[in-house]
Design a protein around this ligand. Structure first.
Ligand code: PNS
Length: 167
């Protein structure tokens, strides 16, 4: 049984994250989605809310479970017996961001990181942009799993989207 960890801050989960989880599940017997703290970001949503939204998004996907990561990702990977971390890449900026973390995790516990290329039609989808669009009253429902748009609007204290999707 090979286990992979798909980590992230998931603040909030997007369709891009979900695409990466599906790709990881195609490669590994079990995927543990790890909802972690990124020390360089201030989260909009609390960890319990992020875990709840990720669980709802992956409900029905066999072989996928969701857990909070209480500390170091490398220790979490050892705890769950993960053979690898799986992360998605949208472009060069992601490589620059991810490679130091992958090397640090390997330094700390020996865990390897496997990178998968995300769906190019989702290359513009990022949690930070979803929050920014929602904050300014724009529509994000077609960028995130069901229920996430409302959770983000509630956390931001903004009303319904002003414009519809452009598609
Ligand atoms: O979605 P993100 O914010 O790019 O994910 C980054 C995350 C949360 C996976 C990373 O910050 C992390 O692993 N945090 C847990 C604490 C940790 O292990 N820090 C050292 C990372 S090398």
């Amino acid at each position: 049984m090979t286990i992979a960890v798909c980590p992230g801050s998931f603040d909030p989960i997007t369709l891009g994250h979900l695409d990466v989880v599906r790709r990881a599940r195609a490669l590994f017997d079990e995927v543990v989605v790890g909802v972690a703290r990124n020390a360089s970001k201030t989260a909009l949503l609390g960890v319990d809310e992020r875990v709840r939204l990720v669980r709802s998004a992956v409900a029905g996907m066999g072989g996928v479970r969701v857990e909070p990561v209480p500390g170091l990702l490398s220790a979490f990977c050892a705890d769950v017996g993960a053979a690898a971390v799986v992360k998605g890449l949208r472009g060069g900026a992601d490589v620059d961001h991810e490679v130091p973390m992958a090397l640090m995790n390997r330094h700390l516990s020996g865990v390897e990181t496997v990178f998968v290329l995300g769906d190019p039609t989702l290359a513009h989808v990022a949690s930070s942009l979803v929050k920014d669009v929602a904050r300014h009253g724009g529509p994000v429902a077609d960028l995130v799993p069901a229920g996430v748009e409302q959770a983000v609007r509630d956390a931001l204290g903004v009303g319904p989207a002003q414009g519809g999707s452009t598609r």
